[in-house]
Write a protein that binds this ligand. Structure first.
Ligand code: ZN
Ligand code: CU
Length: 484
């Protein structure tokens, strides 16, 4: 009997996510799974999409996000991701997770990046997982618990010191509990004030349950500037001592005096990869973004304000201009803007390209979804890699670029049956025009849908269509790390 599917996408150029060469073929979907790949000439379906000249790939996995709250806010909040072809987001990065923490007060920066008042209401990871089940998103969620969140919860507001034994025991218990309830790892943001006084030994002690649970360790490292190599060594030590894979978030060499040092850092990471499991993500821009921190500002590094509570009118403005308008210096101006967020032009384009082209890297946006004037990576990361860096600049092939957004990412994270076009895999799919795909978001106008993304499916259901926007369907699930 002929194969019968819910959906068949015909005559597409298939990028299967493994990095293998593209080939022309059909893909059939039934329920939430891919049920046929290749020549489905004899098969029929309720819906058929003719895709001649179009590319079909596994839905993109955003390896680094701060979408903890966005995944609970209804589908339109994730148009920034679905319109890029993203079908899975990794939340809880940089030591910041929405669970497990309850507080009615505004939490210290950078926790306020993801949750304002009223959103810190998940006393356990189980409650957060339950919220994802009750109000599902258009994307799948893979979650990590953050050390900064745990320190705020367990240290009585006194964060400028290492945790004591009792606090460490409590944080360790919460990590173990969260992993049992569906979290996939533990993250630190050792560069940030609420986390920077944690010693290496504190991180190892709190992360100890990762090994038994099969979780991973993720980090926004202590220093991505002068001491970037020492920070990589610290990360490797933590991964080795806990006995789990170590993941370096948004790898970069920060500040002008460190430009070019990715030659060193990549050599170090390559050498260590033969000794232990280590991986890293990156975003395709020479500027970063986080909360505004006046004491870290420098006169030779450009800053754009992304939001400010007391002065929302300055979102999108250069800090230098704001300071000039107030007749003061940038540090004083920054103090007046707090709490606030910023984009910082702290990287070298050559380093960005070297890290992107390196076979070990995967793509993660690090987008911040609640900023008034967000860094353009929130809307543009994946089409920018495909359109600018692959098609126009030839830095990496389309096959390699897609592998870094799908198959490689899924296998490193332990996402079973995701990130590949294969019979039996989940039908997370993106259909796009390989000749036209491109980011449109800029530092000046950051909230713009990318070009060339035709349709996106999560778990077999259409979530985004070009021209029509979000479909309103929310088939996303909480997914977790599995060890094969
Ligand atoms: Zn970070
Ligand atoms: Cu981040």
């Amino acid at each position: 009997m002929a194969l019968r599917c819910d959906l068949i996408i015909r005559d597409a150029t298939l990028f299967d996510g493994t990095g293998a060469p593209r080939r022309v073929g059909d893909v059939g979907v039934t329920g939430d799974r891919i049920t046929g790949v290749g020549d489905l000439g004899g098969a029929t379906a309720d819906r058929e999409v003719m895709a001649t000249g179009r590319a079909l790939a596994p839905g993109f996995i955003d390896a680094h996000t701060h979408d903890d709250r966005a995944v609970l806010m209804g589908c339109d909040c994730l148009r920034c991701k679905s319109s890029q072809g993203v079908t899975t987001v990794v939340v809880g990065n940089c030591g910041v997770s929405l669970a497990p923490l309850t507080t009615t007060a505004r939490p210290p920066a950078p926790l306020d990046l993801i949750g304002e008042d009223g959103w810190w209401r998940f006393d356990s990871f189980a409650e957060y997982a339950d919220a994802i089940r009750k109000t599902p998103a258009a994307v799948n969620t893979y979650a990590i618990v953050g050390h900064q969140t745990l320190r705020v919860r367990c240290m009585g507001g006194d964060l400028a010191r290492p945790a004591n034994d009792r606090e460490i025991a409590e944080m360790r218990r919460l990590v173990a509990e969260s992993l049992a309830e569906g979290a996939s790892g533990f993250s630190t943001g050792l560069w940030y004030p609420p986390n920077m006084h944690a010693t290496t030994e504190e991180v190892i002690a709190v992360g100890e349950p990762l090994k038994a649970a099969g979780g991973m360790y993720f980090t926004h490292m202590r220093d991505e500037a002068d001491r970037v190599c020492a920070s990589i060594e610290e990360t490797l030590k933590i991964g080795k001592r806990i006995g789990v894979p170590a993941w370096i978030s948004h790898h970069k060499c920060s500040m002008p005096e460190n430009y070019g040092r990715s030659v060193q850092t990549l050599a170090l990471l390559e050498a260590s990869a033969s000794l232990q499991e280590v991986a890293f993500d990156m975003y395709p821009y020479p500027a970063g973004s986080t909360v505004l921190m006046p004491d870290r500002l420098r006169d030779d590094v450009r800053v754009i304000i992304t939001w400010s509570i007391p002065h929302p009118e300055f979102a999108g403005k250069d800090l230098k201009e704001v300071a000039r308008g107030w007749n003061t210096d940038i540090r004083t101006a920054a103090e007046k803007l707090l709490p606030a967020g910023a984009i910082t032009f702290q990287m070298d384009e050559e380093d960005v390209r070297r890290i992107m082209a390196h076979p070990m890297s995967v793509i993660g946006s690090d987008g911040i979804p609640h900023d008034a004037h967000p860094h353009p990576r929130l809307w543009g990361t994946f089409p920018r890699v495909l359109g600018l860096y692959s098609r126009q600049l030839g830095l990496l092939s389309m096959e390699e670029a897609i592998h870094k957004m799908t198959g490689r990412t899924a296998s490193l994270f332990g996402m079973i049956d995701r990130g590949v076009l294969r019979e039996g895999a989940y039908a997370d799919l993106v259909l796009f025009d390989p000749a036209r795909v491109m980011d449109a978001a800029t530092f000046e106008v950051p909230k713009q849908e990318s070009l060339g993304i035709d349709e996106v499916w999560t778990n077999g259901r259409p979530v985004f269509r070009a021209g029509a926007g979000m479909t309103g369907e929310t088939p996303g699930r909480l997914i977790r790390r599995n060890r094969v």
